[in-house]
Each structure stands twice: as structure tokens, then as C-alpha cells.
Design a protein around this ligand. Structure first.
Ligand SMILES: NC(=O)c1ccc[n+]([C@@H]2O[C@H](COP(=O)([O-])OP(=O)(O)OC[C@H]3O[C@@H](n4cnc5c(N)ncnc54)[C@H](OP(=O)(O)O)[C@@H]3O)[C@@H](O)[C@H]2O)c1
Length: 285
């Protein structure tokens, strides 16, 4: 069996990766999370990877709390930049492939057409800056790598869909921003794309998001429609939302639509439409 070290295995993507490989006769997931392998510790990472001798490392570990990153800067750089650096060094040394996951936040969101892998990143939030630094370390230190940028991810874990569903239990109406555009992406769709790339030598940077575009308010309406909830969604602007928010709110890209251009240029892999993916997710909840 080919071993796949999955870091951050308890997170949304880590769980989806495990589902995709469940029952595989070729690949075996070796799951780790921060308690057993803290990716920020170079010596521990090198030791672990040398011992397991994996076919690949799938890095699902990250500091994903975008607002907290604004003030927890050192920790964000440790986890989102030094972590992938350590995994890159270890993967190269072990002759293993590295699958690293990044984000739409590497872009500033000022565009009006979808970003491709050939557009220049320009992150504004600390989270995006740390994730871009992680990408740069991967390019510098890993030999055989894939960097897959995703966005608006939901799966088995804490996410926007679950927050909105739980708000609907206690609220007749919710206010949601309508001026940020993106593509909600199911972790299981992303895991399928990762599994399709991993056996290949089709290395490089890829965008990996569900097809189609929406905004957070319309996404919420669709979640409620599918779940049979009657909670009313009031659309607000990002400015109005920030005025009423408690604590630090990170700058969010207004337009964070990623085109899966490299996947389309180099593979036959297609992500499902976001509407189809969220319907399946809610059906299986
Ligand atoms: N969620 C999104 O909307 C979104 C959007 C775009 C891109 N992405 C990217 O997609 C990837 C997967 O995201 P996700 O939503 O699955 O994340 P997640 O659910 O937050 O899971 C991340 C996991 O990493 C673990 N972790 C944190 N620090 C670690 C460390 N030092 N060493 C090892 N593990 C550590 C976390 O443990 P604790 O929970 O104990 O901290 C958690 O189990 C990430 O690279 C993320 O940046 C996510």
C-alpha cells in the first residue's frame, strides 16, 4: 500500500480525504493532527516523514480562522507558512509528493472576472499573506508538488453552512453580505480533485472550486431552501456588516471567484456546480 500522510486530518478536508480513500486497495491514509504531528516543528516533521516513508503528504492543516489571523499573526505564519515549508523539506528528502492546499485569499478580490492560476496574487488579509508565503515555501523547497487553491469550503466540521443552519433555529431573519462573490466548494468535491491529481506528475498550481458563482446572501437562501427553513435572509453590504460586527474583521476579497483553468487545460477533471454540491451535502447531513 502507498502511504499518504494526511496532516490536519481532523479538519474538514482531512475528513473528506479519508472518505475518498476509504476502501482503497492502493492507498492508505496515515492520519495526523496537531496532537501527534505539529507541522510547525521541523525536527518532528522530518523524523515522522523519514519513519513513515510516504508516497505523498497531503497537507490539510492550516490556521483557517481568517479574523483571528489578523491578531494572531506569528501563529498564522508558523502554521500557514513554516508548516508547509517543513513538509516541503521533508517530502523532498523522502522522495514523496506534496499536495498542499491554499486559498482564494491570496488574491485581493478587486477583479471582475474569475482569477486564473496565471493572475498575480496580492493578498490583503493576514491569512492570505501567510497562505501565499506557504505557497512560496512549497515552490522553493518541495520538488514534486501540487498547490490547489480552493474557496468557501464546507464539509464535516465548523463552516458557514452549519453556522447558518444553526442560526435558523433561533432567528426568524438573518443578515448576510451580498456584495462578496465566490464559489462555495464542498470538501468532498475538493478531495475527489486531489485524488485525481495525486497519482500524476501533473505538478504545479491549480484552482479547485465548484463551478458557478454566488454571493453569501444567495448562498444562504439556497441552504435554507434545501433544508426547508423559512428564516428570512436580509442582504447587507460588507460595510454594514463590519459596522455591526464584534471584534476584528479581516479584509475579505469582494470578488474571489477562481477559474479552474489549469485543471481544464491539463485534465478532464470537472468540479460539480456549487448548487448540485450543496444539495448533496444537505441531503447527506
Ligand atoms: N475553510 C475554508 O473556507 C477554506 C477556504 C479556502 C481554503 N481553505 C484551505 O483548505 C485547507 C483545509 O481547510 P479546512 O477548512 O479543512 O481546515 P480546518 O477544518 O480548519 O482544519 C485544519 C486542521 O489543521 C489542524 N492544525 C492546526 N494547526 C496545526 C498544526 N500546527 N499542525 C498540525 N495540524 C494543525 C487543525 O487543528 P485544530 O482545529 O486543533 O486547530 C484542524 O484539524 C486549508 O489549507 C485552508 O487554508 C479553506
Amino acid at each position: 500500500m502507498k502511504k499518504l500522510i494526511v496532516t490536519g486530518a481532523n479538519g474538514q478536508l482531512g475528513r473528506a480525504i479519508n472518505q475518498v480513500y476509504a476502501g482503497s486497495s492502493e492507498y492508505e491514509c496515515v492520519n495526523t493532527d496537531v496532537q501527534d504531528l505539529d507541522i510547525t516543528k521541523i525536527d518532528a516533521v522530518l523524523r515522522y516523514v523519514d519513519e513513515v516513508k510516504p508516497y505523498a503528504i497531503i497537507n490539510c492543516a492550516a490556521h483557517t480562522n481568517v479574523n483571528v489571523c489578523e491578531t494572531d499573526v506569528d501563529n498564522a505564519y508558523r502554521i500557514n507558512a513554516i508548516g508547509p515549508r517543513n513538509l516541503s523539506i521533508a517530502a523532498s528528502r523522502a522522495g514523496a509528493k506534496l499536495m498542499h492546499v491554499s486559498t482564494d485569499y491570496v488574491f485581493d478580490g478587486h477583479a471582475s472576472v474569475p482569477y486564473t492560476e496565471f493572475d498575480m496574487p496580492n493578498p490583503e488579509a493576514v491569512y492570505g499573506k501567510t497562505k501565499l508565503a506557504g505557497e512560496q515555501f512549497v515552490k522553493e523547497f518541495a520538488k514534486d508538488y501540487f498547490i490547489v487553491r480552493t474557496a468557501w469550503l464546507y464539509g464535516d466540521g465548523k463552516n458557514f453552512v452549519k453556522t447558518m443552519l444553526s442560526l435558523s433555529e433561533t432567528h426568524d431573519r438573518v443578515t448576510v453580505v451580498g456584495d462578496q462573490f465566490g464559489s462555495p466548494t464542498s470538501a468532498s468535491e475538493l478531495a475527489k480533485a486531489i485524488a485525481s491529481l495525486l497519482p500524476t506528475d501533473n505538478f504545479g498550481v491549480f484552482h479547485g472550486t465548484c463551478e458557478g458563482i454566488t454571493n453569501w446572501a444567495d448562498f444562504t437562501r439556497e441552504i435554507y431552501r434545501l433544508a426547508g427553513k423559512t428564516t428570512e435572509v436580509i442582504t447587507v453590504t460588507s460595510e454594514e456588516y463590519e459596522k455591526n460586527a464584534a471584534g476584528v474583521v479581516a479584509p475579505r476579497p469582494a470578488y474571489s471567484v477562481l477559474e479552474n483553468y489549469m485543471l481544464k487545460l491539463t485534465t478532464n477533471h470537472m468540479f460539480s456546480d456549487w448548487e448540485k454540491a450543496i444539495a448533496e451535502y444537505i441531503r447527506n447531513m
